[in-house]
Design a protein around this ligand. Structure first.
Ligand SMILES: [Zn+2]
Length: 98
């Protein structure tokens, strides 16, 4: 009977210690996670292969869905297309080239 009482006390003590420890671990977990995580925001890799980058005329803001062979305005933001300096003719049929 005595040993059972002691065991109960030990269990209670163990439970209390576990509860306290879990509270502390819960408090310290977010900090540890914040330290482990990279502080820099996840930047989306810019895809420069789309028509908004490779067209002859492109939106200065590189809006999705912009880009054209002819001058015009961006359908996304309304800005005037600019001549794409990085545009390269795939076929040399232009007399103004070079
Ligand atoms: Zn635009």
């Amino acid at each position: 009977m005595k040993s059972s009482f002691l065991t109960n006390r030990a269990l209670l003590l163990a439970f209390a210690v576990t509860a306290v420890l879990s509270v502390y671990s819960c408090k310290s977990q977010p900090e540890a996670a914040a330290e482990a995580e990279a502080p820099a925001p996840a930047m989306e890799a810019v895809d420069t292969t789309g028509p908004e980058y490779t067209s002859r005329y492109i939106c200065p803001m590189y809006c999705k869905g912009s880009g054209s062979d002819q001058p015009g305005t961006c359908p996304a933001c309304g800005m005037e297309y600019v001549l794409n300096e990085d545009f390269h003719e795939t076929h040399a049929d232009s007399t103004s080239a070079q």
